[in-house]
Design a protein around this ligand. Structure first.
Ligand SMILES: Nc1ncnc2c1ncn2[C@@H]1O[C@H](COP(=O)(O)OP(=O)(O)OP(=O)(O)O)[C@@H](O)[C@H]1O
Ligand SMILES: O=c1[nH]c(=O)c2[nH+]cn([C@@H]3O[C@H](COP(=O)(O)O)[C@@H](O)[C@H]3O)c2[nH]1
Ligand SMILES: NC(=O)CC[C@H](N)C(=O)O
Ligand SMILES: [Mg+2]
Length: 520
């Protein structure tokens, strides 16, 4: 694991809470860099990073169980502030000489906290004697405090809902300040990092950009870099950053695999050539991909074929350039966080996500991943810093395998063409209705089902098109978008009227889980 470049880091120790990432988000929103590490490697990370403060996350575990996770003792001996959240409070108490009792007073959801004492944690937010909404999710509770601690807040189910040892700068809460259902939670976290830990809060995207550029120059030297550029936000921002760092040592490669949205390859090329004067090779690999996929109906085989062909194309292009030592990717922080999994054993593969990650091993290239510390919306802010036009920054994500995984059943050129047209109309309607930015991702799917219709007094027997639109934060969970029916009616009419081959349109009202966002 790479050493962080940030002097004032808050280390978040993950015990497997569902919302650990939110702690990192809130800390970063306070202008302070944060890193998440799983508890198993927290000791090593603590020595390497030398954080200015530590936050202990929640957990599905119970501290009363034998073998349940603990924070490294060094965390409590370093003289730095520590904040325990939920399980984090429980383990802090268990480790420092207090007591925790297992589950008779379960508290889930909204609860109210009575403020007993003024505290640096509450400064400017909550005054003594007031009551505030917080969000709880626990069964266990602390029943005796370690020496030096006092109660600063209580709730009905948790007499020790907020505690502090001000001398050692140890604080802990039973509720979750990181979630929006604790309306003042973000302010408490700001107090912890600014007032208690004394970290300035000058971590900004502008500063990040300069550091990242420096780091790229150092890593790459005078070597050659190729960047697989899809025109999506991640690879676009990575490419711009590397271009600022090493100029024309970078060559971008956009593969037109015939599975892109309508006009997309040309748009991406125009945008990059017009605005950036960035060396970009457009590889026409349409026949190669579509021939290989012709008739293929199995979702996993589609994905694997596409992944393999990407590798072949990149190998050939790198060779043509006389070789390249580095491959740039738009890998994001959620891809690299090793979240703590309690399912035991390897998790099942739902889909083989195509990525260029398989490339370096096969091609002996070193990876350049300047975004691996960022969340997607942070990447968007960085894109703004780099002058990426708004319509590129706000683009919906688009999967590497493209339309191939939106065409369930056997793929044919004709079906891809029909789908491309329907998708373009659908997105056009969304833009015209002003809904594009309210939706996280939207697309059309061409179903391998034909139905009977009547058009102009004649019988039709054509395909069904499904429309999908979801809201989400990170693509891990999603809800279907609640359109007004008149919008759906208008979009359906246009698709059926304008696209030969489709005579029926349906809307997908499945959330994730149980569905996934894409159909394959
Ligand atoms: N048609 C393509 N040509 C070249 N590289 C591609 C293509 N499609 C995908 N890639 C590579 O695969 C990576 C993963 O794709 P992914 O869709 O996750 O990211 P993205 O396209 O950069 O951003 P977004 O998630 O917003 O679509 C991309 O960053 C890019 O490096
Ligand atoms: O680069 C990618 N390569 C893939 O193979 C891939 N499959 C799904 N996706 C995108 O990931 C998000 C979650 O999709 P699912 O709910 O369908 O798994 C959604 O945004 C999907 O569009 C992919 N992106
Ligand atoms: N959210 C949590 O951290 C819960 C901690 C512990 N599992 C409990 O039920 O109390
Ligand atoms: Mg993409």
């Amino acid at each position: 694991m790479k050493t962080t470049n940030h002097p004032d880091t808050v280390l978040i120790i993950d015990f497997g809470s569902q919302v650990t990432q939110l702690i990192a988000r809130r800390v970063r929103e306070a202008g302070v860099f944060s890193e998440i590490v799983p508890f198993q490697s927290a000791g090593e990370a603590f020595r390497r990073i030398q954080p200015k403060a530590v936050i202990l996350s929640g957990s599905p575990h119970s501290t009363v169980d034998i073998g349940s996770p603990r924070a490294p003792d060094a965390v409590f001996q370093a003289g730095i502030p520590v904040l325990g959240i939920c399980y984090g409070e429980q383990t802090m108490c268990a480790q420092l000489g207090g007591m925790v009792e297992a589950g008779h007073h379960r508290e889930f959801g909204r609860a109210f906290l009575d403020i007993h004492e003024d505290s640096a944690l509450f400064e400017g937010v909550w005054a003594k004697g007031t009551r505030h909404q917080v969000w709880m999710s626990h069964g266990d509770r602390v029943t005796a405090l370690p020496e030096g601690f006092r109660i600063i807040g209580t709730s009905t189910g948790a007499p020790f809902a907020a505690i502090a040892d001000e001398a050692r700068r140890f604080y802990a809460v039973q509720f979750h300040p990181e979630v929006v259902h604790t309306p003042d939670g973000a302010k408490l976290l700001q107090n912890f990092v600014h007032k208690i830990a004394g970290i300035k809060g000058d971590w900004s995207m502008a500063a990040y950009k300069e550091k990242a550029i420096e780091a790229i120059r150092k890593q790459v030297g005078d070597g050659k870099v190729i960047c697989a550029l899809s025109g999506g936000v991640d690879s676009s921002v990575a490419a711009l950053l590397i271009h600022e760092a090493v100029g024309d040592q970078l060559t971008c490669i956009l593969v037109d695999h015939g599975l892109m949205r309508k006009g997309e390859a040309a748009d991406v090329v125009t945008m990059f050539r017009e605005h950036y004067n960035l060396p970009l090779i457009l590889v026409d690999a349409v026949d190669r991909f579509v021939d290989a996929l012709e008739g293929e109906a199995d979702p996993e085989r589609k994905r694997k074929t596409i992944g393999r062909l990407f590798i072949e194309v990149f190998e050939e292009e790198a060779k043509k350039l006389g070789g390249a030592e580095f491959l740039a990717q738009g890998t994001l922080y959620p891809d690299v966080i090793e979240s703590v999994s309690f399912t035991g054993g390897p998790s099942v593969t739902i889909k083989s996500h195509h990525n260029v990650g398989g490339l370096p091993e096969r091609m002996n290239m070193k990876l350049v991943e300047p975004l691996r510390e960022l969340f997607k919306d942070e990447v968007r802010v960085l894109g703004k810093e780099l002058g990426l036009p708004d319509h590129f920054i706000g683009r919906h994500p688009f999967p590497g395998p493209g339309l191939a995984i939106r065409c369930p059943g056997g793929i044919t050129r004709e079906k891809l063409e029909i789908l491309r047209e329907a998708d373009a109309i659908y997105l056009d309607e969304i833009r015209k209705a002003g809904l594009y930015d309210a939706i996280w991702q939207a697309f059309a799917v061409l179903l391998p089902v034909q139905t009977v219709g009547v058009m102009g007094d004649g019988r039709t027997y054509e395909f069904v098109c499904a429309l999908r639109a979801v809201t989400s934060v990170d693509g891990m969970t999603a809800d279907f978008y609640h359109y007004d029916m008149s919008f759906l009616g208008a979009a359906a009419t246009r698709i059926i009227n304008e696209v030969r081959g489709i005579n029926r349109v349906v809307y997908d009202v499945t959330s994730k889980p149980p569905g996934t966002i894409e159909w394959e």
